[in-house]
Unconditional design. Structure first.
Length: 485
């Protein structure tokens, strides 16, 4: 019996020791002891990009022109005095371009990074790395240097595609799937920070889908792998050695915060850049705004999700399809529209001429609409946020809009009530309402007189919200204004 107990205890201890050792073994398998093999395979495809840009009229011309505009010639410290200073100090006749003065043009040089994506020598990089360049030189890891030409660039996503001139069979990296990245996954950032060639840093994916205000299609991967000036255009590499992002942005004075463009977004852009030299995007033709809790209540929404249509552009695909102001778009081609950042990206990547199915809520009821996507022009937006709304109350002066006021405000039609003033620290001020805003509707009904509006506001109970439709130069938006408790 004692012998049985001894073996039972020994077995239990063995199991406990085994369990205690198993967890670190699994963790160690997920965390490689070295990234050297990944770097060895990927590094030859990461290149140094050197650009030369010609700046006309000399490096001081911008200063001279700016000061001319700001000060005029009657100021004591004006551009003429600066020209005289340079003339006396450096010698030679005065005036720009004289001996001792800055040259009429000079060469500006900068460094960046890029990634070769196929054996033909196509290189993916950032638009800001090569924008305006007169000459682009690409240097490989083995020291070979080649001239490159721009095949296409896209300002809205800050991506560019260039091609190396010369031999083929270049080393390249395979593209990964950025959608499969998980927060916490290991990644490598490879590039040329501060001109230090072939620099590798390691970190993890800190977040996905970051909006940093860089453009209308923000969807960045955030990482704590060190990214510094010169890293722009370099590669973000996953543990399979595949390219999952293009390193793009850093946070000034920040540590451990860098951003990369997801490769899945880059795939759609570079395909068009390669074929057309530019990016053609879909266009819906609506102005949208976020759905706040207050707006959700007024539009009978169960959740504060979706994109609220603040206005529909005349002659747009949206108008032709029957979309109306006040519609809340919940789905686009079967994909949920969580907020106002989702819809522009979805519309932009939809081929021009293709039909899209919208699921929306109108007047509290679900509805589906089919729309034929148009082409986004440079002066249009696929879906542009019209501004934020807030929890507001009354506290503003009103006046009926007349043709003269409408002309001054840049509004086509003289209808509604213009806000003549907003009390400081009032709920209206907190809401972001401004002097010059025009109230077109209250409680989803057109307002034509101050008297009519006062009657509507008088019927509100303390704490109740009133839905307003506001007209501004850039478009319309909805605001919920609350009566003080």
């Amino acid at each position: 019996m004692k012998l049985f107990r001894f073996f039972a205890i020994l077995t239990a201890m063995t199991l406990l020791i085994g369990i205690g050792q198993a967890a670190p073994a699994v963790f160690a398998a997920d965390r490689p002891g070295s990234f050297a093999d990944l770097v060895k395979d990927a590094a030859p495809a990461v290149v140094n990009i050197r650009t030369v840009k010609t700046i006309k009229n000399g490096p001081m011309s911008g200063l001279f022109q700016q000061r001319d505009q700001q000060q005029g010639s009657d100021q004591g410290d004006n551009p003429r005095d600066l020209h005289e200073f340079f003339r006396r100090f450096f010698g030679g006749p005065g005036g720009p371009g004289g001996p001792g003065m800055p040259p009429k043009e000079f060469k500006q040089r900068s460094l960046g990074s890029g990634v070769i994506i196929d054996e033909e020598g196509y290189v993916l990089t950032n638009n800001h790395v090569i924008a305006g360049a007169d000459q682009i030189m690409v240097k490989l890891k083995d020291g070979a240097e080649y001239e490159a030409e721009i095949k296409g660039r896209d300002k809205k996503t800050d991506l560019a595609l260039i091609k190396i001139k010369g031999k083929k069979d270049f080393p390249y990296i395979k593209l990964g799937d950025s959608d499969k990245l998980r927060v916490g996954d290991w990644v490598l950032a490879m590039g040329n920070p501060f001109g230090l060639e072939n620099t590798v840093t390691a970190g993890i994916v800190s977040a996905k889908g970051r909006i940093i205000g860089a453009g209308p299609y923000d969807d960045f991967i955030q990482t704590d792998a060190s990214i510094n000036p010169g890293n722009s255009g370099g590669g973000l590499i996953d543990m399979d050695g595949r390219l999952v992002g293009i390193n793009t942005a850093i946070v000034a004075q920040g540590q451990g915060i860098g951003f990369a463009i997801p490769i899945n977004l880059a795939k759609t852009v570079m395909k068009q850049l390669r074929e057309k030299g530019r990016v053609v995007r879909g266009w819906l033709g609506v102005y949208i705004q976020p759905v706040t809790k207050e707006l959700a209540e007024k539009f009978n929404l169960k959740e504060d999700h979706g994109a609220l249509v603040a206005d529909v552009i005349g002659g747009s695909p949206a108008e032709k399809a029957g979309l109306k102001r006040g519609d809340v778009i919940m789905e686009f081609n079967g994909k949920a529209v969580k907020d106002t950042h989702d819809l522009p990206r979805m519309v932009a990547t939809t081929p021009v001429g293709e039909k899209a199915e919208l699921a929306l809520i109108r007047g509290g009821e679900k509805k589906k609409i089919s729309v034929t996507i148009g082409e986004l022009k440079e002066d249009q937006m696929a879906a542009a946020p019209s501004g934020e709304t807030g929890d507001v109350d009354l506290g503003m002066g009103l006046q009926e809009l007349n043709p003269d006021l409408a002309k001054q405000l840049g509004i086509a039609e003289a209808k509604g009530l213009v806000i003549t003033g907003v009390e400081p620290n009032s709920p209206a001020a907190e809401a972001g309402l401004n002097r010059g805003d025009v109230i077109l509707e209250a409680a989803q009904k057109p307002v034509k007189s101050v008297k009519q509006f006062k009657k509507i506001a008088k019927d509100l109970k303390p704490g109740d919200g009133l839905l307003l439709l506001i007209q501004r130069r850039e478009g319309t938006l909805f605001v919920v204004i609350k009566k003080p408790k």
